[in-house]
Write a protein that binds this ligand. Sequence first.
Ligand SMILES: *[C@@H]1O[C@H](CO)[C@@H](O)[C@H](O)[C@H]1NC(C)=O
Ligand SMILES: *[C@@H]1O[C@H](CO)[C@@H](O)[C@H](O)[C@H]1NC(C)=O
Ligand SMILES: [Mn+2]
Length: 396
Amino acid sequence: MKLISILTTALTAIVVLGHGDDAHHDQIPLNYVKYPEPIYRAGEVTADAIFSGITTFARLPWVQCLTKEKDVPFDIAFIGAPFDTATSYRPGARFGPAGIRAGSRRLTLYGGYNVPLDVNPFKSGLNIVDCGDIPVTPYDNKYAIQQIHDGHKTLLHREAYSPLGNDTLSGKKLSPISLDGKNHPRIITLGGDHTIVLPILRSIYSAYGPISVIHFDSHLDTWKPSVFGGAPSDQAALNHGTYFYWASQEGLINNGTSIHGAIRTTLSGLEDYDNDDNAGFKRVEAREIDTIGTAGIIKKIRDTVGEGPVYLSIDIDSIDPAFAPATGTPETGGWSTRELRTILRGLDGLHIVSADIVEVAPAYDTNAELTTMAAADVLFEVLSVMAKTPLGKVQD
Ligand SMILES: *[C@@H]1O[C@H](CO)[C@@H](O)[C@H](O)[C@H]1NC(C)=O
Ligand SMILES: *[C@@H]1O[C@H](CO)[C@@H](O)[C@H](O)[C@H]1NC(C)=O
Ligand SMILES: [Mn+2]
């Protein structure tokens, strides 16, 4: 076992990252006591109840991946990108990472077994960690975008902790799908406004080349800067409604194998859809849930992206504001949290190389933490799907 950090509070809680032993599969704090005695006795560690202690995503081990624990390998890392200075309406997504972590407290309460997907990502043998947040300046967008790129790329280009292993169907050895032939870990980014996806896609491109994108959002986010009142500067031209336009211009996105889901925004005109076609996206409108249902939507998405590597970007505003009010640009008429979770489980088997959830602005949430819980639960489905499908292919 490897001791990663000792967090000193009134009592001492010890977070352990096990390597190569049974504890590795149980990512819970050391000396966790399920049914504590009401009185603390010397030598006994108090129950690390879900409402106490330092908050990481799903109470995963905190690893300082970007600084003093660079050498700790992982398979899936959560990392925050607390950036919100390119948002058009409600600011506040810089508090998204902290909010989503708070909303994720209960994910491992009973162990974390995902019934419909028949997997427990926390006990799948993968090493899953919370790397904390990328340092992001709130004073200089250009610099912040570079910081997010550098932070993401640094993590992505490491080698995964677990070997790829063999294909469960054919029994043949799997080989990596990355450009450099290495088995890279997966990064799940906690936003942040949606602008963070441009530097992330630049990072993804460096490891996988042009990528197919599955994007859940009520908005297209492929708009040209002119739609946002023109672009008085290069910096203004990059915001949370234009980053996919720039990603497409830079050749980061596969043309024709990318798709939006939950679209329901008003447009400047139908030419916005022509512009979106040019950026390489297909579309699923939010209202299609009433006609083709979740199964039809899943089929459309799978038919579009195929078997290749996929990047998954989830704007929390894809969910209806009844379920997720705390977001930068809410739009009524969205999907329920249940519907989005069902659609995400429908991505089982796809090669999702990395993912994000963005636009969670906890200041607008209810006291019941509706939005941050929804964000965390949505990521639980993403994590489960990732745990089931290694990023490898059988060589012919
Ligand atoms: C994995 O497949 C390779 C050949 O493709 C084989 O040599 C090896 O024994 C397999 N390993 C396991 C654990 O089945
Ligand atoms: C994507 O393909 C469409 C149809 O072939 C084309 O009109 C469009 O210019 C392409 N977009 C990019 C960014 O290459
Ligand atoms: Mn968006």
